[in-house]
Design a protein around this ligand. Sequence first.
Ligand SMILES: C[S@@+](CC[C@H](N)C(=O)[O-])C[C@H]1O[C@@H](n2cnc3c(N)ncnc32)[C@H](O)[C@@H]1O
Length: 414
Amino acid sequence: MSTTVDLSLATRPSDADAVPGLIEDLTSLNGNWTEDDEETRHKMVIKARSLLQSLMTPREQMLQHTWADPGLDAALTTGVDVGLWKLMVKNGVDAVHKVDHLARSLGMDPELLGRLLRHVCAMGHLVEVAQDEYKLTNFTKSMSLDVIGDSYVCLLGGIGRSPIDFYKFLRETNWQNPVDAAHTAFHASYNSDVPNCMVYLGSIGMGPQMNHHMGGYRQGRLPWHHPKIYPVEKELFPGTDASSDAPLVVDVAGGLGHDIDEFKRNYPNHPGKLILQDRPTVIQDVKDIDPSIQRMPHDFLTEQPIKGARAYFMHSILHDWPDDVCQKILARLAEAMKPGYSKLLIFECVIPRTGAYWEATAGDMLMMTQLSACERTEDQWHQLIEGSGLGLKIVKFWSSGLSAVENVIECELA
Ligand SMILES: C[S@@+](CC[C@H](N)C(=O)[O-])C[C@H]1O[C@@H](n2cnc3c(N)ncnc32)[C@H](O)[C@@H]1O
């Protein structure tokens, strides 16, 4: 068995033999695909990525990762910061945009803007019409939306150094799995002692951008209460106290209220009352949600003021924290739950033992490199919920069966 790699390997297609089969697979998947068939689209994206990687040489992949992608990120983020994408859309979604004209409107050096857009175009995200003249693609059109564009400013501009410096943090922590929420790669990279990267983003004025990202990453995924995931009319409404002030769902750390408001829109005649909780600074930014939803500042590490709700719901919360903090959050909820009535509904990734989906592993890397937290496997969920001595048990993992990554993990007091 060879124990060295010849340099020539780095300059040949990574897997030429796989190319014909991948093209066949893609053609066959495409034959059965309609645009609303998300599952087939996911499979095609993975095959298309394998095709691209098979065709590219290792040297090209290295240049893509270390030159092209960081350069693209620099251009995209600058575009959001200076208002480029919004301006291009305002000037005409399908118009031809001249660099000179854009640069004048933005007060930018035209030579600089020309270089940025040339790379964005070379990476496939603009259509070149003539020298320094471009049309937007659907992706660059979408960069004008806050829920897409602001993600670059906060995750790359705000806290982008944490994953890059992660290896240094691991060196210092002796390559241990990070589980200390108070000492993360973020803390080391930014030499910061604030509680965590979310508080840090708020402290540097990027709270709104972070909230926009929260609204953006969820787009296109089924909501927790979709009948394909958790059929609320069968599982939650029957047996619920129907009086108007009886708490039906408390959305714990529900952010700006995307989930609870969508629930209200989809089930306007639900029994009882809906409550949105989050930190005071987030609750004060809540806009445009149904006025019947009660907004309540609440720190989930303190006593839960709403007792005996039918459901305490948490979406993308426990993945932000290592097990010791999760246990504290869960303890405050278990104390407030009414035996035989209250449910705890956790809407999170459940990573399978094999064949993990890339959005789930990417989320896990994000949680690990920023928060010393994690996306959890089914075994880890059992261990966290049932092994914490809080008297909670998992009743069922509710999944749509699609590769969409979030399940409703239904829990009750044992
Ligand atoms: C990843 S976001 C998820 C928000 C929302 N559930 C969603 O899915 O869009 C995490 C949320 O936890 C909130 N949070 C962090 N620490 C908190 C605390 N101690 N008490 C209450 N909420 C907190 C943040 O303000 C943020 O809104």
